[in-house]
Write a new protein. Sequence first.
Length: 108
Amino acid sequence: MRGCPMPGCPELTRHPDGCPEHRYRVGHAQVYDAQWEAFAATYRSTHPRCELCRRRRSREVDHIIPVRVAPHRRLDPTNVRALCSPCHVTITAATRAHTERRPRHRRG
């Protein structure tokens, strides 16, 4: 076990790229590459309205099951939804609040 390489993170991990939270951030450029941008643009063109509120124009494409959980579903059209920015912010905040409530188990 070693410390996460992200400055200030107290998590211990066996993974060389860091704890799950920061490993995902490090891999952000790998997830949201040119292939993703093309996929998202096509998806938004076929889903012009926010799939949550249905009032505003869709601006972002959100993974229903996060890429860190199911990387094989990164470009799966059944695992995404087109959202307006306010709905995306709301969903992201709710997801983070839910995952932060789970206790973290640390091995010492």
